[in-house]
Design a protein around this ligand. Structure first.
Ligand code: PHB
Length: 398
């Protein structure tokens, strides 16, 4: 600053600098601006509907990881923004733009539903805003349409079920019925199940489905009873999953035809499902009973802070926070240094309650898949169904 300025003029310039602009209206370099303001973090998650509790658990997890850093990212304050996406794909682009265009977030954390994710994905690719996916497993996001600014901290839709079929055949169930909500997540979960089940020697005698988020299961359960398979495998989650397990038991099927699932079936719903969930077997990248200090401390702290038990969604949210912290630290809080930020995130090793995982080239977790069984109010881990499983990332060029 030159010395011949009057004290008043100098004062004005200094005040302007704190706001990121000089008194004459000239903008300061981006990195100075970036350091002086808050980091803007937006949640786009379901806070209503069948996935409402998933959205809450994810937000809790993210906040927990950030709170462990004193509530800041690389020493910078955070301003939070929130949009309820209602798991409604038709509103997804508009909702994502509320965060990106209106609120000008630096990071968009979202979402749960694969169809809604496709809207976010379009906005993320067009705007270049950093998008961290804390759940939705839709394949193309980390396959043919992978993007340098999009990172997933959860799973791809076929990852959890890739190990399910073999586990069922090993237990002697050679003829199965598959049932799901008919949308990307259910259909792609089926791909993993179909491949693993048929490869292990099983036969899928029928695929059943209903539109998301419909929970009128009765006619389909009647059909299952008539088909008499050795076992049933499914993808459901959230409120709908609890209702499915209850209806399955109420229809008298629970003791006759063993029920298996992509592990989301029994996540966050054990209180709601009650005895109907007891004994259900599933495969997933997390289990309550993982016997590591890391997991046990996480569970204790989460329960203390939020007065509820954590589940896979809380873990995914927590890991999203851990990834963001690692990225932000690598660029000393200057998220405008995109090349360095992405490089740090690509090389991140996430020390998660689920076990350590790394990022694949296409930005999807490489992780273990556990075999779990519901015992009381716990998803007990009874084995490792797949070690260091990565999604194919087919068609991704990064
Ligand atoms: C999805 O739509 O991708 C989805 C939703 C809920 C889950 C898992 C996947 O539990």
């Amino acid at each position: 600053m030159s010395t011949h300025l009057s004290p008043n003029r100098r004062q004005l310039l200094l005040q302007g600098a704190a706001l990121g602009a000089t008194a004459s209206g000239l903008l300061l370099p981006q990195h100075v601006l970036a350091q002086s303001s808050k980091i803007r973090v937006g949640f786009m998650l379901p806070y209503t509907g069948t996935f409402a509790q998933l959205g809450v658990a994810i937000e809790n997890g993210v906040r927990m990881a950030i709170n462990e850093q004193g509530g800041k990212l690389a020493g910078r304050e955070i301003e939070w923004f929130k949009v309820d996406d209602e798991s409604e794909p038709s509103k997804a682009i508009e909702n994502a733009n509320k965060l990106v265009q209106r609120d000008k977030v630096d990071v968009l954390i979202g979402t749960v539903h694969s169809g809604v994710q496709m809207g976010i994905h379009r906005v993320a690719r067009e705007s270049g805003v950093l998008n961290l996916i804390p759940n939705a497993g839709v394949h193309v996001a980390t396959r043919a349409q992978c993007a340098p600014n999009v990172f997933r901290t959860s799973f791809s839709n076929s990852q959890p079920t890739t190990a399910l079929g073999e586990a069922m055949v090993k237990r002697g169930h050679k003829k199965a019925v598959w049932i799901t909500w008919k949308y990307a997540a259910g259909e792609e979960a089926f791909e993993g199940f179909r491949d693993s089940y048929t490869k292990a020697g099983g036969t899928i005698i029928k695929e059943l489905g209903l539109p998301f988020p419909n929970v009128e299961f009765q006619a389909l359960l009647t059909e299952i009873a008539a088909l008499k398979p050795d076992a049933v495998a499914c993808f459901f989650a959230g409120g709908g999953a609890a209702k499915f397990m209850k209806d399955y038991a109420a229809a008298g099927l629970k003791d006759k035809i063993p029920l298996y699932g992509s592990g989301f079936l029994t996540e966050g719903v054990l209180d709601a499902a009650g005895p109907a969930a007891e004994g259900v077997l599933s495969t997933l990248h997390y289990g309550d009973g993982i016997e590591t200090k890391r997991n046990q401390e996480f569970r204790l702290n989460y329960a203390k802070t939020f007065k509820m038990q954590p589940d896979v969604y809380a873990v995914q949210g927590y890991d999203t926070g851990l990834l963001l912290v690692q990225g932000a630290n690598a660029v000393k809080g200057d998220l405008s240094k995109k090349a360095d930020l992405y490089k740090a995130m690509e090389g991140a090793v996430i020390d998660s309650p689920r076990g350590k995982w790394t990022m694949s080239k296409a930005h999807n977790p490489v992780q273990d898949i556990y075999l779990r069984q519901v015992v009381g109010k716990e998803n007990k881990v009874i084995g490792v169904a797949a070690k260091a499983l990565s999604d194919s990332g087919a068609g991704c060029r990064l």
